[in-house]
Every structure is written in C-alpha cells, then in structure tokens.
Design a protein around this ligand. Structure first.
Ligand SMILES: NC(=O)c1ccc[n+]([C@@H]2O[C@H](COP(=O)([O-])OP(=O)(O)OC[C@H]3O[C@@H](n4cnc5c(N)ncnc54)[C@H](O)[C@@H]3O)[C@@H](O)[C@H]2O)c1
Length: 383
C-alpha cells in the first residue's frame, strides 16, 4: 500500500462545524478507517494542522486527538510548502480575507458556505482561485445526506414524471439564551457579524434546488426577525439585528415552483428538522435528512373536502418508505473524500467556488427582495 499524505490547514476548527463535522466526523474518521483507500494500492492519509485564535483551545484539541501540529499564526502555516489544502470553517465574516491569503500562497481550497459575505467577494474568490490554478471546493453537505440522496435517485429514475413543486420546511426553536442557553452561536443573530438565516440557509437551498430540480430563475422572499432580543454566550443581552426567519418562493427553470420556509423561531411538528415535499405528475415524495417516503399516482387517495366529518383517510400511512439500498456515510465525510480524490487524482468535481458564489448571490437577492418587497430575477453570477 502506498500512502499519499495530504496536509490540511484547518482554520476555525474550534467552532461547531469545524470541530464536529470536519475534524472529528470527516478527517479523523478517515484516519480511523486507515485513510482513504483509492482501490489501486494507494491510500490518502489526511494530516490536519489545526489553526485558530486560541492557543489553549488548539493545544487541548490537538492533545485530545493525538495530533501534533497546531498554530495561531495563519501566515506562517500558509508559508509552509508542505501544506497542500487550506480549509476554512471560521465565522463567515473572517473567511474572505483568509481564503485570499491561501490562494496567494498557492494552496488548494476547501471552505464552508457561505464562501463570502456578498456575491462580489464570492465571485472574486472564484476568479482568483481559477487564475491561480488551485483546486477549490465548497461544502454542500446536504446533497450527501441519505434522504436527499434517495430523492436524487427518484429524480434520476424518472419517478416524478413532470415535477410541479417543491415545499421545504426547515427549522426548530433556538432558545433566546436567558432561561435556557441558545444552541447556536450569537453571531448568527447579528447582521453586523454576517448572521441571518437567509445568509445561512439560502446557499444550501440554492445547490439543493439547482442540483436536483434545476437552476433558480427568480426569488421572492420575506425575511423577518421574530425574536428581537437574545442573550449571548456570556449571558449578556443583545439586540438581534439579523433575520431569524426567511419565507422564500423560488421559480426554477422549467416552471417548477419551490417554496421554502426557514426559521429558528418555529417548534417542530415534523419527523425531521428539514423536510422537502416534491409533487410531480406521476408521484410525490417527502424527503428529510435520512428518510424518504413516496406516493405513486396509482396509490393516491381521493379525499373529498368535508369539514363536517372526521378525517376518513390515514394520510400518513398511505406513503411508502424508500429503502436505503446502500450504506450512507456522514455527508461531510463523503464530500471530503471526493474533494481529496479531486486533489490527489484530479477526479471530476463541480462543487467549486463558482457554485459557492451562486449560493451567496441567492442569499443576497433574497435579502433585497424582502427589503424592496418584490420578486427578483436570479442571473448567472457575474452576469
Ligand atoms: N454546512 C453546514 O451545514 C453549516 C452549518 C452551520 C454553519 N456553517 C458555516 O460554518 C461556519 C462556522 O459556523 P459555526 O456554526 O461552526 O460557528 P462557530 O461560532 O461555532 O465557530 C466559528 C469559528 O470561527 C472562529 N473565528 C475566527 N474569527 C472569529 C471571530 N472574529 N469571531 C468569532 N469567531 C471567530 C472561532 O474561533 C470558531 O473556531 C460559518 O460560515 C457557517 O455559515 C455551515
């Protein structure tokens, strides 16, 4: 077995995403399984170098996981020729500057979404990376979740006939932070820190819709801040200046209508934290993070509206579970594996910084649509 070591500078690894999803469940999980086996006698061995602002936190993390390299000096890490990839899961507002430095240092890039705080910055990163000839990728984890992979299988298998509409419901209650601690970072609720649910979730909806159903052509959104006062990590009250709910209608190429509610001020009466219902002429599906249920045209009941009678049909029972038919790994890890193969073997890859810029653009147009109270066209980014 030949071992190809890939050294990855991981910035923002003390944060929720950087630590749990990218370090522990992706790269350390890969090391635990002996590396990424390419099937031809080669194994890719990821070697994380932890980067961040707090020496104490980095040292503790490195010790906990038996890693020997960490640094609070990003410039020094980027100047090291031995580093192959720069990975960024910092707060969104810190990303653009760090990624630009990494491009200048000639590193391949893999970054969390949103790739920048606005479309101009996101496109600039895509252009600079292209010109520098480095490989670049953006996290689009939802595509690799079991529920959405089953949904893709249905689309590709022609299950739906003509797709008519997509209804997405995402959200849960995020505690205000006074009597119960908030379960998300406080910067998410401050516009001045690049927070907001549209900035956070519209990039996800852009690639989910684009990849499964077609490019988004128009957006009409209503953003609001339902909870105007929250308490931060230290228990100090602050004004929540960013949107905590975004109600969006997206028209896709071919006339498909997608309507997605995103909210951190909703209580869950669903089976999963996100669910998409897709209705087509031949059948419908409801997909969550893990499960996917279908109802074929031939099995569709014939309800008759009569409010004077109790419900006559067990509607939820009339759906059929889509089987796994495969072992699904963690979605973040699955995408990391493809990116590492792209870097080492030049295998195909489409989730790049240009794709990331589309998501940032949609978030920005959603915000503008809400401010101006009108529907906006969604151009190809840069046009
Ligand atoms: N792919 C997904 O599903 C997903 C989910 C949540 C968040 N994210 C993205 O991941 C990124 C990190 O989000 P998170 O929820 O892990 O945030 P977090 O607050 O838990 O972590 C932020 C990280 O950035 C670092 N940081 C650097 N500069 C900072 C600064 N000036 N102020 C505060 N922290 C700073 C922190 O030390 C920490 O390591 C965001 O860009 C977010 O949009 C992606």
């Amino acid at each position: 077995m030949t071992r190809t070591t890939v050294r990855i500078a991981m910035n923002g690894v003390t944060g929720r995403m950087g630590y749990h999803q990218h370090l522990v469940r992706s790269l350390l999980a890969l090391r635990e399984q002996g590396g990424l086996d390419l099937g031809d006698g080669t194994v890719i061995w990821p070697e994380p170098v932890l980067v961040g602002r707090s020496e104490h936190k980095l040292r503790t993390l490195a010790a906990r996981h038996g890693l020997d390299r960490w640094s609070t000096d990003l410039d020094a890490v980027l100047a090291d020729d031995g580093i192959d990839i720069y990975f960024d899961a910092q707060v969104t507002a810190a990303r653009e500057e760090a990624v630009q430095k990494a491009i200048a240092a000639g590193k391949h890039l893999y970054v969390e979404k949103p790739t920048a705080t606005g479309p101009a910055g996101a496109l600039k990163l895509a252009r600079l990376a292209q010109e520098a000839g480095v490989k670049h990728g953006v996290v689009q984890d939802k595509l690799f979740l079991p529920g959405l992979r089953k949904l893709r299988r249905l689309v590709e298998g022609g299950f739906f006939g003509r797709v008519l509409s997509v209804r997405g419901e995402f959200g849960y209650w995020v505690f205000e932070g006074d009597w119960q601690q908030a379960q998300r970072p406080s910067w998410n609720y401050r516009a001045e820190d690049s927070g907001g649910i549209a900035a956070d979730m519209f990039p996800h909806w852009e690639y989910v819709l684009h990849e499964l159903f077609g490019p988004v052509r128009t957006v009409q959104a209503h953003l609001t801040t339902h909870i105007p006062r929250r308490w931060d990590e230290s228990g100090t009250p602050y004004e929540a200046t960013a949107d905590d709910a975004a109600y969006g209608i997206f028209e896709l190429a071919g006339g498909i209508v997608a309507q997605i509610n995103s909210s951190w001020a909703v209580r869950v009466h669903r089976d999963e934290l996100v669910e998409f219902q897709v209705d087509g002429t031949e059948g419908s599906a409801v997909a969550g993070l893990r499960r996917c249920r279908i109802q074929h045209r031939a099995g569709t009941p014939r309800p008759v509206w009569n409010p004077d009678l109790p419900v006559t049909e067990p509607f939820r029972e009339q759906w059929q579970e889509v089987p796994d038919n495969a072992a699904f790994d963690n979605g973040f890890k699955a995408q990391w594996e493809l990116f590492l193969r792209h870097v080492v073997r030049d295998e195909p890859w489409r989730w790049d910084l240009t794709a990331g810029a589309r998501g940032v653009q949609l978030a920005e147009l959603g915000l503008r649509s809400s401010q101006e109270g009108r529907r906006l066209d969604v151009p190809e980014p840069g046009r």
